[in-house]
Ligand binder design. Structure first.
Ligand SMILES: NC(=O)c1ccc[n+]([C@@H]2O[C@H](COP(=O)([O-])OP(=O)(O)OC[C@H]3O[C@@H](n4cnc5c(N)ncnc54)[C@H](OP(=O)(O)O)[C@@H]3O)[C@@H](O)[C@H]2O)c1
Length: 420
């Protein structure tokens, strides 16, 4: 009897070809068909059964599992069709899951199929399965991490080689760490999709990705990195989701750069490496570190999911019940204006006596306590650079304070970065 698991792969790019190569090591898995956009493109793997018709894979009665490593929203209909045809799904597509996961999981429940997505959040780092199984006893209060390798690579190079954002982006593009259009990474969209998926499973709630606050790294200057370093911090793009005021139904979810104290182990995560930290009871704190992307690390997670399905494919009832989606209600998501944070401000001001006093007075008016205020060397135009680090205060008070000091046309807050 042929008991091979039969696979259809949608997408043969970086991840798809990695999956194809790794699957060749498994005699009990057969790749029935692969779909791509451009049939004439040269590829590293030689594939006979290639098609540009994704629906043919979704409807193929010989396919048990559809592996979707194409990306984007364009494959949504094909995945829905595959589920309706009783196929299990393995996907690395964070955008599709973050935007349309609810519909896919509802459908999968109806048709009794599994959707596994270990590769979608942190590439090669196992995180979904540990949260759903080994850490299932926990009530979590926070999940946070460095979820985008491209931006972490750029920030590491800015810090270690004292280069501008633009130079480091060009370097990342040359090495294949950043795409020609880097918007998805540098503006924080990629990390936003990933934290939406993580928040979803960590807090057992559906998440509206459109309500997640997002800020990328494009405004971080070499000067911010240098000043932060002198003050004992590194700058990292942090994605985080936490309960708000101890209410487990209300979540504060966001992605933005942060000053991270050098004593915090997340500040040591360099280059394209990713890290995920979880706080929960009874485990306390755990951190997962590893390659967040790349052909083989990502294939490791995708193939792991395929093998998990293979191990249970004989069951006709619930396949991998612990991996299913149990929640149906949406979390209350608070706006960034309602959050409390410590802040780093880099301010340009006139080089005249009393400027620091004016900033101190404005902070006092909005009940913002200062941790530190220092004046740096003058810039090339003779203006003063003043650095402020505050204690925790409301984001809306901070914004009002900034509006107030900027009423003086010679004063400008050049950057505001939250402190972890
Ligand atoms: N790259 C990573 O390290 C990494 C890590 C974790 C997760 N992911 C996720 O994995 C997925 C794939 O990423 P990737 O880097 O491998 O992308 P990629 O290199 O751009 O490859 C995408 C592949 O999908 C095919 N494709 C795209 N749209 C299609 C459609 N509508 N129908 C049929 N084929 C289609 C493309 O065909 P052609 O080759 O003919 O153009 C290509 O083979 C994405 O969701 C990404 O977010 C990637």
């Amino acid at each position: 009897m042929n008991n091979k698991l039969k696979i259809g792969i949608i997408g043969l790019g970086t991840v798809g070809q990695g999956v194809y190569k790794v699957l060749k090591n498994f005699d009990d898995i057969e790749i029935v068909s692969c779909a791509v956009k451009n049939l004439n493109k040269k590829r590293e793997v030689e594939v006979n059964n290639l098609t540009d018709d994704v629906m043919s894979i979704a409807k193929n009665p010989d396919v048990d599992v559809v592996v979707e490593v194409a990306g984007g929203i364009g494959v949504f209909d094909a995945l829905k069709e595959a589920i309706k045809n009783g196929k299990h799904i393995v996907t690395a597509n964070k955008e599709l899951l973050a935007r349309h996961g609810a519909e896919l999981f509802d459908l999968a429940k109806k048709y009794n199929t599994a959707i596994l997505y270990e590769a979608a959040v942190a590439g090669g780092i196992p995180i979904i399965l540990p949260i759903k199984t080994s850490l299932a006893a926990n009530k979590f209060s926070k999940v946070a991490g460095i979820l985008n390798g491209t931006t972490n690579y750029i920030l590491t190079k800015m810090e270690e080689e004292n280069l501008s954002y633009e130079d480091c982006l060009a370097k990342a593009q040359k090495l294949g760490y950043a795409e020609t259009d880097p918007t998805g990474d540098v503006e924080g969209f990629d990390a936003m999709y990933k934290i939406a998926i993580l928040a979803n499973i960590v807090f057992d709630k559906r998440i509206d990705v459109n309500k997640i606050y997002r800020e990328g790294i494009t405004k971080i200057s070499a000067q911010d990195i240098k000043i932060a370093d002198e003050l004992g911090y590194k700058i990292k793009l942090i994605a985080q989701a936490k309960t708000f005021n101890d209410d487990e139904n209300t979540l504060d979810i966001r992605v933005h750069p942060m000053l991270v104290d050098k004593n915090n182990s997340i500040s040591d995560i360099r280059n394209a490496t990713n890290a995920v930290m979880l706080n929960g009871f009874p485990v306390d704190k755990v951190m997962f570190v590893g390659p967040g992307a790349g052909e083989f690390p990502t294939a490791s997670s995708v193939v792991g999911d395929i093998l998990a399905i293979k191990a249970e494919n004989h069951r006709k009832d619930d396949v991998l019940p612990m991996m299913g989606c149990k929640h149906e209600s949406y979390a209350n998501q608070i706006s960034i204006e309602e959050t409390k944070n410590c802040y780093y401000l880099r301010i340009k001001a006139d080089n005249t006596p009393g400027e620091i006093g004016k900033i101190g007075t404005a902070c006092g008016e909005y009940k913002i306590n200062l941790s530190c205020i220092i004046q740096r060397e003058l810039d090339t135009k003779g203006d003063a650079t003043i650095i402020v680090i505050t204690e925790k205060c409301l984001e809306k008070d901070m914004n009002s304070m900034i509006t107030s000091i900027e009423k003086d046309s010679k004063t400008k807050v050049l950057n505001k970065i939250r402190v972890m």
